[in-house]
Design a binder for this molecule. Structure first.
Ligand code: 5GP
Length: 345
């Protein structure tokens, strides 16, 4: 046993220090990024925010709404192959096909990639550290040399490097930070998300790879911190949950409206997709009813407005410059919450 005494940070532990700026208005800030992926040789352009491949947020309706603003969606892995074919070209350009590492996942992935011409793949397992996952990634890279492959999740530099070497264009970073994740309480395993992003981005960028920060953002400021820490993409579950475009019906309780949201490793998800709760594996997700939030577009505007403003505060004309112009300061308090329980909505 060993103890790493270095302090590891989360979004709540830091703020971004403002810097002198020549920008006149935050509307001048450009959030579009362009990445060239050296593994597959493709170039991608858009706003690098991704709706999570959870069955509530990774829907075609969410994808259509987000694609209008050049944001991405990782479609959940159980989505019907037929629905993929019905998708319009513009939305398709903004969708990842998700796959696990089972034989049937690979077959489904192959079918979707053959019948649509999407170029984005998301290989997702809870624990990206297994050799089985690395082998699966290598096999996928061999089968699809010209696709952009995102793979994860991991939280350390050495495993980020291993995934890039094995064929990933984008390494997905985050173990335990998610809004409906209970991995840390069930297993004691995890890594504070801001430090995970900083360390994995450094490792990936050294090999010309990219990273996607996945999980733990609860306000637009956290997304700004994730990009500032070096994330090339940010994936959101909870922040995109509860909207019209998300899966599930609106429920009413005591005159208030809710939508059901649950972790993809929760008992609810296991029961739904596998018909049983496996007895060798603890459920590592929770089920929650979250307040209904209307159209997702309003949340998109809120997020993009926050990001533009963050860039303006540090004098970054574009999202690309945010990280270079960021100095994080460690803090013991983020907010003044004296009236937070009296807010008029
Ligand atoms: P959020 O943005 O809600 O904080 O985090 C979303 C991320 O949580 C997802 O992209 C995924 O990586 C992770 N996640 C989703 N469902 C589960 C689950 O059941 N258990 C765990 N450990 N993580 C989950």
């Amino acid at each position: 046993m060993r103890i790493d005494e270095d302090i590891k940070l989360d979004f709540k532990d830091v703020l971004i220090r403002p810097k002198r700026s020549t920008l006149n208005s935050r509307s001048e800030v450009d959030l579009i990024r362009e990445y060239k992926f050296f593994r597959c040789g493709l170039t991608w352009q858009g706003i690098p925010i991704i709706a999570a491949n959870m069955d509530h947020t990774g829907t075609f309706a969410v994808a259509k709404a987000l694609a209008k603003h050049k944001l991405l969606t990782a479609i959940y892995k159980f989505a019907d192959a037929k629905d993929w074919q019905a998708l319009d070209k513009e939305t398709l350009k903004h969708c990842f096909v998700t796959s696990g590492t089972r034989k049937e996942d690979f077959e489904r992935l192959t079918t979707i990639l053959k019948t649509t011409n999407t170029s984005l793949i998301c290989l997702d397992i809870a624990n990206g550290y297994s050799q089985h996952f690395v082998d699966f990634l290598k096999r996928t890279r061999e089968a699809f040399p010209n696709k952009i492959i995102m793979a994860g999740n991991v939280v350390t530099g050495e495993m980020t490097e291993e995934l890039v070497i094995a064929g990933a264009d984008i390494v997905k970073v985050g173990i335990g930070p998610g809004s409906v994740c209970v991995t840390r309480t069930k297993t004691g395993v995890g890594y504070p998300q801001l430090s995970a992003i900083i360390e994995c981005a450094d490792a990936a960028h050294g090999l010309k790879g990219h990273v996607c920060a996945d999980g733990g953002c609860v306000v637009p400021g956290d997304i700004a911190k994730a990009f500032a820490a070096g994330a090339d993409f940010v994936m959101l579950g909870g922040m995109f949950a509860g909207h019209d475009e998300c899966a599930g019906d609106i429920e009413e309780k005591n005159d208030r409206k809710f939508k059901r949201f649950y972790g993809m490793s929760s008992a609810e998800a296991m029961q739904k997709y596998y018909g049983e709760i496996s007895d060798y594996r603890a459920s590592e997700g929770r089920s929650v009813d979250i307040p209904y939030r209307g159209a997702i577009e309003n949340t998109v505007f809120d997020i993009l407005g926050g990001l533009r403003s963050a860039c303006a505060y540090v004098g970054a004309c574009s999202l690309k410059e945010l990280s270079k112009r960021t100095t994080f300061i460690r803090v013991t308090q983020q907010l003044n919450e004296v009236y937070s329980h009296h807010e008029v909505k």
